[in-house]
Design a protein around this ligand. Structure first.
Ligand SMILES: *Cc1c(COP(=O)(O)O)cnc(C)c1O
Length: 302
C-alpha cells in the first residue's frame, strides 16, 4: 500500500539565522511524498484504510470543512485504493465549488453538506447511526483522520529520518504530534505549534491521545516518552487567519530555500521556529528537524 509513495527527503536549511543561533536545521518534506495524498494526512489515513479493507468495507465516509486537506487526501486515497468516498462537509454548498471540493468530486467523492449545528455531532454514535442508515455500511473516519489509527500511522513519519535533537510540528488536533512523540527516544525533544487560538487545551488532548494509545495495546516504538511542549504564540489570530507578515515570510522562505509553505499550518510553525531562533530559544549545537506536513493544496483557494 505504501509503495506508491516516495520516502520523504530531508533538506538542510542554511541561513544567517541558523548560523548565528549555532543550530543545524533540516526539513522533512512530507509534502513531496505524493502529488495529492501528501503530508501527514496520508499517515493518518493509512491504518484507517487498512482496517476498512480488512473489514470488507467498500465505502469510506469522513468529515471536514470546505478547504480541508483531509477531505482532499481522503478523496484521492479512496480513488487510489479502490474505495467509494463520501465527504460530509461543514456548512452550506457554495457554487462554484472551491478547488478543494472540485478536486474531491473529480476523484469521485460524493459530497454531503451538513449545517454547523448538526456538524458538531460529528463524533457521536447518533449521527453515525443516521449516516449508516442513509448510506448503508460505511467505514467512518473522524475529521482529520484523528483517531488511534491516525496516531499509529504518524509513528512512521520519522522512520527514515536521520538523527536530530528537537522535532517541530504544526498542530491542529495533536494526532500527528502524538504519533511522533511515541516514536522519539527519551533523549529527544518535541515542540508542537498549535495553529488555533487558545491552543493550550491541546496539552490535555495530546496527553489523552497518548494514554488511549498506550491503553489500546497497539504497536509502539518507545514507551519512555521524550519531553515535549506546546508553543501557543504563533497562531496569527486563529485557524486559517493570516496577515501580511506571514505571507511575506512564506514568500521569502520559498525564494531563499525553495520550500513552499501552506498558510494554515506549516507557515506558522516555520515562522515560529525562525522567531525562536532569533530569540536564542534553542541550544547551540541543536539539530532541529521541522516536519513539513504538506497541505499546499489549501493555498489554491487563497
Ligand atoms: C491536518 C494538518 C496538520 C495538523 O495535524 P493534526 O494531526 O490535526 O495535529 C498539520 N499540517 C498540515 C499541513 C495539515 O494538513
Amino acid at each position: 500500500m505504501s509503495s506508491i509513495f516516495l520516502s520523504p527527503p530531508t533538506q538542510q536549511i542554511h541561513s544567517d539565522i541558523t548560523q548565528s543561533a549555532g543550530v543545524e536545521l533540516s526539513v522533512l518534506r512530507l509534502d513531496l511524498m505524493h502529488s495529492w495524498v501528501n503530508g501527514n494526512k496520508w499517515f493518518k489515513l493509512k491504518y484507517n484504510l487498512l482496517e476498512a479493507k480488512e473489514k470488507n468495507f467498500t465505502t469510506l465516509l469522513t468529515f471536514g470543512g470546505a478547504y480541508s486537506n483531509h477531505i482532499f487526501a481522503t478523496a484521492a486515497a479512496g480513488k487510489l485504493f479502490g474505495f467509494q468516498t463520501i465527504g460530509v462537509i461543514r456548512g452550506e454548498e457554495r457554487l462554484p465549488l472551491n478547488p478543494t471540493l472540485s478536486f474531491a468530486i473529480q476523484q469521485g467523492m460524493q459530497l454531503v453538506y451538513c449545517d454547523r449545528t448538526s456538524y458538531r455531532q460529528r463524533n457521536t454514535t447518533e449521527l453515525h447511526a443516521q449516516l449508516q442508515e442513509r448510506f448503508g455500511e460505511v467505514f467512518i473516519i473522524p475529521e482529520g483522520g484523528s483517531n488511534l489509527n491516525g496516531v499509529r500511522g504518524c509513528m512512521e513519519i520519522l522512520k527514515d529520518a536521520a538523527d536530530f535533537d528537537v522535532v517541530c510540528v504544526a498542530c491542529g488536533t495533536g494526532t500527528t504530534f502524538a504519533g511522533i512523540l511515541l516514536s522519539l527516544t527519551q533523549k529527544q525533544r518535541a515542540i508542537a505549534f498549535p495553529i488555533l487560538k487558545n491552543g493550550t487545551f491541546l496539552q490535555q488532548e495530546i496527553e489523552t491521545l497518548l494514554q488511549n494509545y498506550l491503553a489500546a495495546d497497539l504497536p509502539i516504538a518507545n514507551k519512555s516518552a521524550c519531553s515535549w511542549e506546546l508553543i501557543c504564540d504563533y497562531h496569527f489570530g486563529g485557524y486559517a487567519k493570516v496577515n501580511d507578515e506571514l505571507l511575506n515570510f512564506c514568500q521569502h522562505f520559498q525564494q531563499a530555500h525553495g520550500i513552499p509553505l501552506d498558510y494554515v499550518y506549516t507557515a506558522k510553525m516555520f515562522y515560529g521556529v525562525m522567531d525562536l531562533l532569533k530569540q536564542g530559544f534553542f541550544r547551540k549545537g541543536d539539530r532541529l528537524l521541522l516536519i513539513h506536513t504538506g497541505g499546499l493544496q489549501g493555498n489554491m483557494g487563497k
